[in-house]
Design a protein around this ligand. Structure first.
Ligand SMILES: [Zn+2]
Ligand SMILES: [Zn+2]
Length: 223
């Protein structure tokens, strides 16, 4: 099992390198586009991108927290998430580059989709810039989660702590107090990028659990 996990770690770094290559290709497409940037729309689009990334982080977190299957590619990620519930301090001791590459696989999938999509259709500079921002935010998902834990366990230097707390308080990155609720009950606040999508994801989680419970009760009633 452990040798398998180590091999999976190395694969994450390969995905990380592919992410940088995809980012460079998408960046080249952005700088060579002839359409001008529309700055008024861009501010709304940036907020939307950050919201969608947070939403995806919450859905992915629910999936990995509750995963009980046997897929060898998913198991290490599910173990990583479930282990950080049992031992949150261990998460803070991980190397920062290791934390950085943890979301490299979903980022790679998004980057590939953007590359194919942009080869078929011609998009505006705004859209191409949003694709780049999306990739940066996706790759930063575990880092914002990581800093929320590090602040809680006081593992960062005072200056970094002050700067991060400022961004936490204006809700640009994941807030430690908000995330602590997830580690108390494990059934709320799954979003780990900035927490903006928590109300929607919390509602979805409660709805999906109720549906599963109702389905189980119906099955038992039939039997
Ligand atoms: Zn969790
Ligand atoms: Zn956590």
């Amino acid at each position: 099992m452990f040798s398998f996990l180590k091999r999976n770690d190395i694969v994450l770094y390969y995905y990380g390198v592919i992410d940088f290559v995809l980012f460079a290709m998408l960046f080249r497409r952005f700088v060579t586009t002839s359409t001008p940037l529309q700055y008024t729309e861009l501010s709304i689009e940036v907020i939307l991108v950050m919201y969608v990334v947070d939403l995806l982080s919450g859905i992915l977190h629910i999936f990995l927290d509750t995963y009980t299957g046997n897929n060898i590619y998913i198991i290490p990620h599910a173990i990583g998430f479930q282990k950080h519930h049992e031992d949150p301090h261990e998460f803070c001791t991980r190397a920062i580059h290791r934390v950085f590459v943890e979301p490299a696989l979903p980022t790679m999938v998004c980057g590939l989709l953007f590359l194919i999509d942009g080869s078929i259709f011609i998009y505006s500079a705004n859209y191409l810039l949003c694709q780049l921002l999306f990739m940066v935010c996706m790759l930063s998902v575990q880092l914002t989660h990581f800093q929320a834990h590090c602040i809680n366990h006081s593992t960062l230097n005072p200056l970094a702590t002050r700067v991060l707390l400022f961004f936490q308080n204006i809700r640009v990155i994941l807030n430690t107090k908000d995330h602590r609720k997830h580690h108390t009950t494990f059934d709320t606040n799954f979003c780990i990028f900035n927490g903006w999508a928590n109300p929607l994801v919390n509602w979805y989680y409660r709805w999906s659990r109720t549906t599963v419970l109702n389905k189980n009760m119906e099955d038992k009633a039939v039997l």
